[in-house]
Design a protein around this ligand. Structure first.
Ligand code: UD1
Length: 369
């Protein structure tokens, strides 16, 4: 059974890797890695493949950057050729990036059974490109693998039949467990020459935060204020690096003592996070990883498609205006109030493989054979 696993942007690799390994180890499955090339810098892609023991992709579409239509259309055109020529039995798309939607459309139109891993998440904010990708992907896919009960509830309320939905848990945390020893051995304090004492980690890349110069300036001011009480380390996403350069805001952050560094591949980034006292982010995955690790997370967004990280985890929403106060509240919260969501346990990939087997055994095609 040939399974195409579609990877595109940095966080996709952490969702695809555990499934690739689980399929490779399972009798009768052949995982095929398709990289669309949406992210192409070494620290955004190649080094992460190595971190997660993934092979070089079987198919590399080399799409690169562009507008939403260019990226989505480019992936559709390139992936359709691959899917027609190599005809997978299943396609698995992950997350919510432009490549996720592009390949879901291709799979649906070629009548190839297509699965969405990390289905059902909703921010209910359609100004967010990822929300459009999530909505459209879920309506097209044959099977929806959700990470948490809110995902199931969202899909059911949109009229998706229950038999398409299987809750498998949070696969990103499988990646963490896969390489936990390497993460714990990474000496990021030493590597970065950080002084003793607590530190915080910052990541920012959403267009809604970094593309508007006034908003970015307000966030930079808030980070400089936080830096006065907590040493910050800020691995800078390429989009954000460009905006900080254009606006001249980078120098002020550095002058305040914030450590701006290049994006880190997975193991070293998580090595930095596990040692942090708090994380400030607008990433989706980091909200989940900090909940798993019990590390306070301040999410610089007006909403989140991952509400369970607030209800059960360590996440709090914040703005430039509230960041300092929210951080104080977070640092004062005793760890006992935090718990890990159900099925966030490092075994999601196994449940995915079990579900594929179950569905193949039930399929009418199989009954006829
Ligand atoms: C994309 C996803 C977002 C995800 C994020 C993770 C969409 C709509 N957005 O946003 O959901 O959270 O990835 O990082 O799919 N660039 C580089 N090198 C790279 C990759 C990008 O220099 O390896 C530059 C691009 O040229 C572009 C900018 O960074 O100027 C943004 O890249 P893009 O892939 O368009 O979107 P992201 O902001 O990374």
């Amino acid at each position: 059974t040939k399974v195409h696993l579609i990877a595109a942007a940095r966080p996709n690799l952490m969702k695809v890797a555990p499934l690739w390994h689980a399929l490779a180890a399972a009798e009768g499955f052949a995982p095929v890695l398709v990289h669309t090339g949406q992210h192409y810098d070494r620290n955004m892609s190649g080094a992460i493949l190595e971190d997660l023991h993934l092979p070089a992709p079987d198919h590399h579409l080399g799409i690169g950057s562009g507008s939403h239509a260019e990226q989505t259309g480019g992936v559709m055109i390139a992936y359709e050729k691959v899917a027609v020529e190599h005809r997978p039995d299943w396609i698995v798309v992950v997350g919510d990036v432009n490549s996720t939607l592009a390949c879901a459309i291709v799979g649906a139109k070629l009548h190839i059974p297509t699965v969405h891993l990390e289905a059902g998440l909703r921010s209910r904010d359609r100004t967010m490109p990822e929300e459009i990708n999530r909505l459209a992907t879920d309506v097209l896919c044959d099977v929806l693998w959700t990470p948490s009960p809110d995902g199931d509830a969202n899909l059911l309320s949109e009229g998706i039949p229950a038999d398409r939905i299987t809750r498998v848990g949070n696969i990103m945390l499988d990646s963490f467990e896969l390489v936990r020893p390497k993460i714990e051995a990474a000496d990021m304090r030493g590597e970065l020459g950080l002084p003793d004492g607590p530190y915080g980690v910052v990541t920012l890349h959403r267009p809604s935060n970094v593309d508007d110069p006034a908003k970015l300036e307000a966030l930079a001011a808030a980070l400089r204020e936080v830096q006065q009480r907590l040493q910050l380390v800020f691995p800078v996403h390429p989009r954000t690096a460009a905006r900080l350069a254009e606006t001249g805001l980078r120098e002020g952050l550095e002058a305040a003592g914030i450590r701006l560094i290049d994006p880190l591949p997975y193991v070293r980034f998580m090595g930095l996070v596990v040692g942090a006292s708090a994380v400030v982010t607008d990433s989706g995955g980091v909200q989940e990883e900090t909940t798993y690790l019990g590390i306070p997370c301040l999410t610089l967004r007006e909403n989140t498609e991952r509400p369970i990280t607030i209800d059960e985890g360590t996440n709090r929403l914040a703005t430039a205006a509230t960041l300092v106060q929210r951080l104080d509240e977070a640092l004062a919260t005793p760890p006992a109030q935090r718990r890990r969501p159900d099925l966030w346990d490092g075994n999601a990939a196994r449940r995915c493989v079990d579900d594929l087997r179950r569905r193949m055994a039930q399929s009418p095609l199989n009954d006829q054979a």
